[in-house]
Design a protein. Structure first.
Length: 390
């Protein structure tokens, strides 16, 4: 490596560090400390518990009570956890304990966290959990986290959204080996590439499970992992989005718009519309865009018409107020409306056989706005139509 190249890389790293540090500075105060998940044996009145399954490409941790580390594993691994939600919980927020295990009266605390040995047992556990639910409650919700996410952060985010939704669906966390450090974007991007086979296995497990409906929610860089995996499955003749029971929601996608256009087109026919949740004031995506040479990211909703022409429903959350200083986690605010929204969209499906794709997407966007329009300020764009804009 020449001296000039070394210098250039050094300058790039310093620039990356400075840019990312500036954008997240305001939000750092709320981030938890060491990724330790001590189990709390204390119970408090008025708490709720969220139990979830875990699939991961992270390696098991040597640190007690951490469960999984930021290191990559050669094989997919599994686990389960139960998180207690305090009676003081506010929708969209995670009440981090100041020290482990935390106070169940005021904090999210871990009630149980353990490994599951092998994919076969994981599959059995999925169906065992679904069997405890009735009819349309037999839904699996898979969450794929984004860049710079520690294991505990993904775990608690799933718990927050499941608690806010107040639904009986089965929450599952797919957590890939993010380093959980601000300056490790390249490490995280490479971890995404490594995680594709693992995610494909989990998606296949869900399709073959007893779930009546599967919702996949990906956030930020996790959307790149999801799209690459969906494309990989499509090329193998296992197109996931052709299945009517699969719904996809992409929150704040940190994906180059040209890459997205190529990949989403390659997926062909989709039984259900893909939803993209974005915001024009997303500071994290603004930095990502700058580092990408000014190329737009899908999640900053710069050109919703370009996306809707691809058969995507765009949900613009720019006017939604959030506790996240970077405006990158607004999707978490909508979890409390999820079950009602799903019911609205399910009613649209009854007429889909008589409609073309434009009409179907238009109905989906209209239903979304009719439900949320009086609750939060959003704009929904579908091919040829915009709903919710003043």
């Amino acid at each position: 490596m020449t001296l000039s190249l070394v210098c250039a890389l050094s300058v790039l790293k310093r620039a990356l560090t400075a840019a990312l540090a500036a954008v997240v500075l305001a939000g750092c105060a709320s981030r938890p400390g060491p990724d330790v998940l001590l189990t709390s044996l204390e119970k408090a009145p008025g708490t709720r518990e969220v139990s979830m399954l875990i699939a991961t490409t992270r390696a098991r941790s040597d640190i007690p009570h951490q469960l999984f580390s930021s290191n990559r594993s050669d094989e997919l691994d599994f686990g389960s956890a139960t998180i207690s939600i305090p009676p003081t919980h506010q929708p969209g927020r995670i009440a981090w304990p100041s020290s482990s295990p935390g106070n169940p009266n005021t904090d999210f605390v871990v009630r149980q966290a353990s490994y599951i040995d092998g994919n076969a047992v994981f599959q059995q556990q999925i169906n065992r959990e679904l069997a405890l639910r009735k009819g349309t409650e037999r839904e699996a919700v898979l969450f794929i986290h984004g860049y710079n996410t520690r294991f505990s952060e993904g775990l608690f985010r799933v718990a927050q959204m499941a608690a806010d939704a107040k639904a009986k669906s089965l929450p599952i966390l797919f957590t890939w080996a993010s380093a959980g450090h601000l300056t490790d974007y390249i490490y995280d991007t490479n971890s995404v590439a490594i995680a594709r086979d693992g995610l494909e296995l989990v998606l296949t497990d869900l399709i073959n499970s007893d779930a009546q409906r599967i919702t996949i929610l990906a956030h930020s860089l996790g959307n790149l992992l999801l799209l690459e995996t969906l494309r990989q499955m499509e090329l193998q003749g296992k197109g996931l989005l052709k299945n009517k029971k699969v719904n996809v929601v992409m929150a704040s996608p940190d994906i180059d718009i040209d890459v997205f256009e190529t990949m989403i087109t390659s997926l062909g026919y989709r039984a259900n519309p893909v939803f993209v949740l974005g915001s024009r004031d997303d500071r994290a995506l603004r930095v990502s865009r700058r580092l990408a040479g000014g190329k737009a990211r899908v999640g900053d909703v710069e050109d919703d018409e370009r996306l809707t022409k691809l058969g995507v429903v765009v949900v613009d959350l720019t006017e939604v107020q959030t506790q996240d200083a970077n405006n990158h986690d607004k999707f978490a605010q909508l979890a409390q409306f999820g079950p009602q929204l799903v019911n609205v969209l399910e009613r649209d499906k009854q007429n889909r056989s008589k409609q073309d794709i434009g009409e179907r997407l238009g109905d989906a966007g209209r239903s979304f706005t009719e439900f949320l329009g009086n609750t939060v300020q959003i704009v929904v764009s579908t091919p040829g139509s915009v709903y919710g804009r003043p």
